[in-house]
Design a protein. Sequence first.
Length: 94
Amino acid sequence: MRWTSPPDPEHIRSVVIFYGTGGGDHSNSRAAYLGHFAEKDEFEPQSNVDNLEESLRRAGRPVTFYRYSGTGSLNLTARKHSTRRQRAWRGIEP
């Protein structure tokens, strides 16, 4: 299952995306989509964001995507691991 394609379209009316473009078939979705994306995300290229936005629009879904210029990845898991590696390197964490 792709998270951008709600499994229960009758009950899911709003989807907020802040990282990840997933994929899938949006034709059964009844949700409005709000997305927040970094401009320079090494894990989520702008082409993926553009493709998702276009796919949602083709499915007739309301879409509002914000792209934040000058920002890096919004992937919180990758950022957490990166921060942990940096702290370990400095001897702050084992």
